[in-house]
Design a protein around this ligand. Sequence first.
Ligand code: A2H
Length: 253
Amino acid sequence: EGIGPQEYTGIKMEVVEWSPAAQAALGDKAGGRKVFLVAATLRPETMYGQTNCFVGTGIKYGVFAVNDQEAFVCTLRAARNMAFQGIITPRGNIQQLAEIDGSKIVGTKINAPFAINPQVYVLPMDNVLATKGTGVVTSVPSDSPDDFQTLTDLRKKPEFYKIEPSWAAIDPVPVISTPTYGDMTAPAIVKQLKIQSQKDTKQLAEAKEIAYKEGFYNGTMTVGEFKGMSVQEAKPKVREAMIGAGLAFAYAE
Ligand code: A2H
């Protein structure tokens, strides 16, 4: 993470259908605005492989007006940062339309921009930090060990995690190939390090480091507009394409 601000890409995932609990909590508080869950990612080039999205069940989220047309779901902390960065208007000011528990957002159906599976569900993840990014995480199990392990846990114990199995039904989608791990980098590293659950946070941190370096320095895109290009080259191009399409924005913290 080093010195200075982290440059994230904010991914806009429009709500297609709220879970019944979220619908009951929110009513029409968004005032007719289009509502988006927004996730902060360091790997916009992997968005082709999104299979679901994660929130923390113990985290409080807000619905914040971006303008008259749109509203974002994220933590209050992230909304404040966005307002100071001019992403939410008026600059430096925030209008919170509603508050909602993460647990109630689970089961909501959203659009996954650029993804091969265009609509995905919101699922719970233990290790979402309220103090990083937006508190919403895009899930790309092919390339993120945390995402792969969490999805595996959810599929093993859907009742325990209070989810419908159908919400976790989309399999990891290959989007990047690396010489050492093939086209399923995260599952391969999770297996190699013998990771058993999302509670193995130390091994997952190591897996994340390996997967990130392998993907960034040795990865090649296998899908999308930049298929065949190195990840290093494709990363800023996918980011610009998403921003140009109005599906993403630059976000720093
Ligand atoms: B990344 P850094 Cl494919 N809590 O996006 C926990 N994790 C969070 C988070 C939060 N509040 N906000 C963002 N993140 C995740 C994609 C991805 C990511 C892939 C591979 C690796 C990877 C899909 N998930 O991250 O601590 C988000 O997951 C490993 C670097 O700021 C975000 O990028 O370095 C990353 O952590 C930001 O982590």
